[in-house]
Write a protein that binds this ligand. Structure first.
Ligand SMILES: Cc1cc2nc3c(=O)[nH]c(=O)nc-3n(C[C@H](O)[C@H](O)[C@H](O)COP(=O)(O)OP(=O)(O)OC[C@H]3O[C@@H](n4cnc5c(N)ncnc54)[C@H](O)[C@@H]3O)c2cc1C
Length: 423
């Protein structure tokens, strides 16, 4: 159905239409919030409408698989700002309102209730959706969870009772963080990973080895090179899992942590270029110059490779870069990736992006069990993983930011002070 402006019921479009420059943000998450907040910080007064499908105000997701899931953090500590902030900053925020379609010809976004909202500029900050198991292998059974939003974490937290047998499918950060929470809550945890090792997609074997050892010491059973054949249900609820190594496990619940898919359907259906995400240039612009995309749903260039970064840092920095462009700037966005993961009392901090690395150097830190792994590509430092080693993280980050190369002999000497690398 094509909408014309006169059919925009339920919206004071006439008033809005006369105000030049309405920005509509689709997605009220980390990036959507950062974009609106930065525009206001830049004293940009254009009308902003932010539309989000979830019922709650924009909030940070990382604690959903950490302290919030553990019950150590209240939800109001996750929200970026209280409701009053949106009114005070003249941001029209609409919750529980999924956008159905983009009508580029008439510059409208269409909602499921038949109404529409006109835009002058449109920002897509729609995030990503967890991959699910097909229903043919039990993906729809009760007791099978993913962790992406508050509703997921609340449903999961209700079921994480001591003594229950939990199977985690996928040895990435979400699965490993959920395993740590589950052990703390007293569940029996088995984690399976189809590839050769945990963290295969994101970290070197040295980092994976250290993280595996921590989980093993905490009592998590990790099975690598082990896939799922199918989940077994009884009366609609999961009760077992058949694994590729021939084992059949009795389970009470399952967490599926097998990656995410970018929410790029709105864009692709509107004829905007997508490639496992919405393709954007260094200003966050999509193939339609009036439509921007940022955060988990956006694909950008990284040294000649198309990448989609799934991190708070990228969501915030890319959104803020787009805000600056909307406000009249011309600075290209160059990601300076950093990331963290908390598991038990282990803090893993990552600076840089290890894509295409061909060499690593590991270095024990000052604390027992602390370690840093330095990644090089063609002889140049590209990333650092620091496990309970804040000094290595800070040093690595500074080196990467300034483009300086570390003295390898100093780096390889565990007794050398890392500060010397910055001298
Ligand atoms: C459990 C968990 C733990 C994490 N831990 C870390 C961590 O430790 N460190 C780190 O750096 N990153 C972490 N991340 C990743 C980080 O949270 C994301 O990269 C970040 O939230 C991306 O921001 P975003 O705005 O692109 O997407 P989101 O924050 O996901 O926001 C997108 C919003 O858009 C909404 N939306 C989608 N489609 C529509 C539509 N059609 N209409 C209206 N609204 C729509 C979604 O419902 C969602 O609310 C974690 C993520 C999760 C899920």
């Amino acid at each position: 159905m094509e909408l014309d402006r006169a059919s925009c019921a339920d919206y004071e479009w006439q008033e809005a239409w006369t105000v030049a420059g309405r920005l509509v943000i689709v997605g009220a998450g980390q990036a959507g919030f950062a974009l609106a907040a930065k525009l206001r910080a830049l004293k940009d007064e254009r009308p902003i409408t932010m539309i989000g499908s979830e019922p709650c105000l924009p909030y940070q997701r990382p604690p959903l698989s950490k302290k919030y899931l553990l019950g150590e953090m209240e939800f109001d500590r996750l929200t970026f700002r209280p409701e009053s902030w949106y009114g005070e900053n003249d941001i029209d925020i609409r919750l529980s309102t999924p956008v159905e379609a983009i009508d580029r010809e008439n510059k409208l976004v269409r909602l499921f209730d038949g109404s529409a909202i006109p835009y002058d500029r449109l920002a897509l900050a729609t995030g990503a959706t967890p991959r699910r198991l097909p229903s043919a292998i039990g993906g729809d059974l009760a007791g099978v969870f993913t962790v992406r939003d508050k509703a997921d974490a609340d449903a999961l937290a209700d079921e994480m009772k001591a003594g229950r047998r939990l199977l985690i499918i996928g040895g990435g950060y979400i699965g490993l963080e959920a395993a740590a929470v589950a052990r703390k809550l007293g569940l029996e945890v088995t984690l399976i990973e189809m590839s050769d090792r945990i963290l295969a997609r994101v970290a070197a074997p040295e980092t994976a080895d250290a993280i595996r050892a921590v989980h093993a010491a905490e009592g998590v059973v990790i099975r690598e090179k082990t896939g799922l054949i199918k989940l077994i249900g009884l009366e609609g609820r999961v009760k077992g899992a058949e694994l590729s190594n021939g084992t059949v496990l009795d389970v009470d619940m399952v967490i599926v942590g097998i990656g995410v898919l970018p929410n790029d359907q709105l864009a692709s259906e509107a004829g905007i270029e997508t490639m496992n995400g919405i393709l954007v240039d260094s200003h966050g612009r999509s193939s339609d110059p009036d439509i921007f995309a940022m955060g988990d749903c956006a694909v950008q260039d990284w040294n000649g490779t198309r990448v989609r970064l799934e991190s708070v840092q990228n969501a915030v920095d890319q959104a803020e870069a787009v805000a600056a462009v909307l406000a009249g700037g011309d600075e290209p966005y160059r990601p300076k990736p950093w990331f963290w993961s908390d598991q038990y009392d282990v803090k893993l901090q990552i600076a840089g992006f290890n894509l295409g690395y061909d060499e690593t150097l590991s270095r024990p830190g000052a604390r027992e069990g602390s370690l840093s792994v330095w990644y090089f590509r063609q002889g140049m430092l590209v990333a650092v993983d620091a496990i309970n080693d804040a000094k290595a993280y800070v040093t690595g980050k500074k080196l990467l930011e300034t483009g300086r190369e570390p003295d390898r002999s100093l780096l390889a000497d565990p007794s050398a002070d890392l500060k010397q690398l910055l001298a």
